[in-house]
Write a protein that binds this ligand. Structure first.
Ligand code: 7GP
Length: 793
């Protein structure tokens, strides 16, 4: 332990001296991380003892992804020793920022849903609430992205092997998970059964400390690793193959599910996570099982952990010997569910036959849940469409979202619009059947990582004018409203923004050898690649600007740098072609002597949490241009806002609530509304072809695209072509394109009025506090989980 800079330096130097090998930055990092781990240990133990002794209700957040990002800097900050360590290291000739860069990036997630889980962990601990994460300790997280000739290539990452070592193996809590086997009903014994001839997998937890702000509360992120079980649980023959199957379970996040084998593996991962977590919760309790809902809340992060419902039933029926009614009562008062998408392709559905084979007892329980549910709600007067919607199993398919709704006590969407769409359209029948189950919890982001840690310069500026209470209660950022017209404050804000733009420029020059003009407008579109997120519309617009520059020698707009960052799922061909298209257009424009003075495109390779932390603070414009109704919430929009970037977006997801906070004048909104999109979809009255024929500029763009002119080196743009032409532009790219272009013009006009622009930025920051995940977590706690803070400590 160290309480002063001198103590820290002494301790650190001593460890350095003990090294036998020459000290590299990597070793210096490991030493520091080791010291922080020790620092945290006492509070972690105390927190756990407190929870046990006081019998506090515990929340477990089940998630297949935890996109936590690097932990060193965040932990130092939350422990309030960042400055102490920074100075101490400096005096010893080390640069803390440089050591932070040594930490391997834990890519245990893909996008919004995984990053949300990580923000929630931080807020729970910081609000001193008993809430823990349960996930999988993937050896390799999401692939790293390398661009080759403008194409995305995917490379496996190996997080564990070069792990930072924050987590601790808990052999004492290992448990065993059964797959396959045969169900033996215990006749006359209610719904009880047992499983014989199962294949067993050992689940070993690794616990990672989640340090709340100001230390003290240290919660746990428990990540499960799959291992070969002990000898007596092994099959007699072919142990080698068995081992491969076992190890694969915690090998990769989202294994390719285009094959039958890949699908089985995903299902195994899901059950593995649910069963291991639930078994441990039940085993280590010191209250009667009937009191479970009083002591435990389980939140399932989308449907990936929905098997928690039948698994809890199994443990209660077969393990505890409860009746169906008792078990169902407990389950449906313990589990709640968050939906993160209405995209059809992301709605999980499993073949009954696959589930039945892999998890026979679980399938049997799902069948019974379905049977009882249908018995209740399939009344005579229900039409066949409604009956379908009110079925968990239908035509040999198990619909996980329906299972999740039926088995939870609360169901939420992640922004107001999204929740309304769930209630009124996607899950209308379920909402009518369970009128009090559905509610909204608009997402949030932790301001500790996304403002205080990522942008210490802006944080200090804010504190210098309104004091530091906002760090504990971010809604207090609204005190900045008094300064949004103060030229001194706005001037200081401008310098901070410039500083962050310079830092990003230097970083990218060093890491990607890209030259950027830090005085240009930084316009950023950073998120996963997907049709509905419309990176295609962005690049179409840039190509249109290029055409205008070529055709009109008087058209010379203010210099802009367009940043793209994000990965496309490995098998998502359309999205991968969009990446290639962006890079092809980039090459042309960036090398054009005239156009490159006005337009510059930067594709930031391998976009991840650490890069994101460098990008959000440097942005002027936040591109949030999803097809209205498709983006459930978005959280990047909030990170930009908190750092003073201005939203250029559609009325979708949480953009709507952002505008509610700041007013129409402080964002640039365009495009068709969710209502209109849904109407077009229902009535089939949108015809992309008409736009191509009538709009000269768009016509030219599409003919350039089709002729291959835009796509040098990309002979194959068939996916883009077929989406726009054959599939009639399902994401309304052409429909919104001109409105988007006009809105960009408005942006430029305002940007050139520096003070007006700074004022808009300042209003955005001042009104962003409500989008802290502290607010979100407080609402979940008040309305769903009923947690108590540890005030007494
Ligand atoms: C995302 C949504 O696309 C995004 O709008 C939202 O902000 C975020 O979740 C957090 O709620 N969804 C995912 O990341 C995802 O993988 C598939 O959804 C289940």
């Amino acid at each position: 332990m160290f309480y002063s800079k001198e103590e820290f330096k002494e301790n650190f130097s001593m460890r350095l001296e003990q090294q036998e090998q020459p000290v590299t930055l990597q070793t210096a990092y490991s030493i520091l991380a080791g010291m922080v781990r020790e620092f945290v240990k006492r509070d972690w133990n105390e927190t756990n003892h407190f929870y046990q002794n006081e019998q506090r209700k515990q929340l477990y957040y089940f998630s297949i992804e935890f996109l936590i990002g690097r932990m060193l800097g965040q932990n130092l900050m939350n422990l309030t020793i960042y400055e102490l360590v920074n100075e101490g290291l400096g005096e010893l000739g080390y640069d803390l920022a440089e050591l932070e860069e040594q930490e391997p990036e834990p890519g245990l997630g893909n996008g919004g849903l995984g990053r949300l889980a990580a923000c929630f962990m931080d807020s729970l601990a910081s609000l001193q609430m008993p809430g823990h994460g349960c996930g999988i300790r993937y050896r390799g997280g999401l692939f790293s992205q390398v661009l080759k000739d403008g194409f995305q290539t995917e490379h496996p990452t190996d997080w564990i092997n070069d792990s930072a070592g924050w987590d601790i193996r808990r052999e004492d809590l290992a448990t065993y998970i059964p797959f396959f086997g045969e169900v033996q009903p215990e006749h006359g014994q209610r719904f009880k059964a047992s499983l014989t001839n199962a294949e067993w997998v050992k689940a070993v937890p690794y616990d990672m400390p989640i340090v709340g702000a100001y230390g003290k509360t240290v919660n746990t992120l428990r990540l499960w690793q799959a291992e070969l079980p002990e000898q007596h649980l092994l099959p007699k023959a072919d142990v080698e193959t068995y081992k491969q199957h076992v190890v694969a379970i915690s090998d990769r996040l989202y294994p390719d599910d285009s094959t039958e084998e890949g699908k089985i593996l995903r299902l195994k991962q899901q059950y593995f996570l649910c069963s291991a977590s639930l078994q441990t919760i039940l085993k280590n309790r010191d209250f009667p099982v009937s009191a479970l809902p009083k002591h435990v809340a389980i939140q399932i992060n989308d449907t990936h952990p929905a098997l928690a419902i039948p698994e809890l039933m199994r443990l209660l029926l077969d393990g505890e010997g409860l009746s169906w009614e008792e078990a169902w009562g407990i389950t449906t008062h313990t589990i709640s569910y968050t939906n993160h998408t209405i995209l059809e392709e992301a709605m999980e559905k499993w073949d009954s036959s696959m589930l039945e084979q892999l998890l026979p007892r679980i399938y049997m329980i799902i069948q019974e849940i379905d049977r009882r549910f249908k018995e209740k709600c399939h009344q005579e007067n229900l039409d066949s469409e409604a009956k379908k919607k009110l079925s968990i199993i239908e035509d040999g398919i198990v619909k996980m979202a329906t299972l999740a709704v039926v088995g939870s006590y609360k169901v939420n969407g992640v922004a107001k619009l999204h929740t309304e769409i769930l209630k009124m359209r996607e899950m209308k029948e379920l909402n009518e059947h369970f009128p009090h189950k559905f509610h909204n919890k608009t997402n949030g982001i932790t301001h500790r990582r996304w403002l205080m840690k990522a942008n210490p310069e802006l944080s200090s500026l804010i504190t210098s004018v309104i004091g530091n209470e906002w760090t504990k209660d971010p809604v207090k950022l609204h005190q900045l409203n008094e300064f949004v017209q103060d030229p001194v404050f706005l001037g200081d804000f401008k310098s901070v923004k410039q500083q962050k733009k310079n830092q990003l420029t230097e970083y990218l020059e060093k890491n990607q050898t890209i030259k950027i003009d830090p005085e240009s407008i930084f316009d950023m579109h950073i998120k996963r690649f997907h049709g509905y997120k419309r990176q295609l519309m962005n690049i179409f617009h840039i190509q249109m600007l290029y055409n205008r520059i070529k055709e009109d020698s008087a058209y010379r707009p203010y210099p802009r740098t367009f940043f793209f960052g994000g990965k496309a799922a490995k098998s998502y061909r359309f999205a991968k072609q969009v990446i290639k298209l962006i890079n092809t257009v980039a090459e042309k424009i960036n090398n054009d002597p005239v156009a490159s003075k006005h337009l510059h495109i930067v594709f930031v390779e391998d976009y991840n949490v650490s890069r994101a932390e460098k990008m959000f603070p440097a942005a002027d414009i936040s591109e949030q241009i999803s097809t209205a109704s498709k983006e459930a919430s978005g959280t990047g929009n909030m990170k930009f806002m908190m750092n003073g970037a201005i939203t250029l977006g559609t009325f979708d997801g949480a953009n709507i609530e952002i505008v509610e906070q700041i007013g129409d004048d402080n964002a640039f909104i365009f495009g068709v509304t969710a209502q209109q999109v849904m109407q077009f979809e229902e009535e089939k009255t949108y015809h992309a072809r008409e736009i191509i024929e009538k709009d000269r500029e768009i016509g030219q763009l599409i003919s350039e695209l089709l002729s291959g002119k835009l796509s040098k080196g990309l002979e194959n743009i068939d996916f883009i072509r077929s989406q726009i032409i054959d599939e009639n532009d399902p994401y309304f790219v052409l429909k919104d394109l001109q409105h988007y272009a006009r809105t960009h013009n408005r942006v430029l006009a305002v940007y050139e009025d520096t003070l007006a622009w700074q004022e808009m930025s300042a209003v955005n920051i001042a009104q962003s506090g409500i989008f802290s995940s502290d607010r979100t977590i407080q609402q979940y706690s008040d309305e769903v989980w009923d947690l108590e803070k540890i005030y007494s400590r």
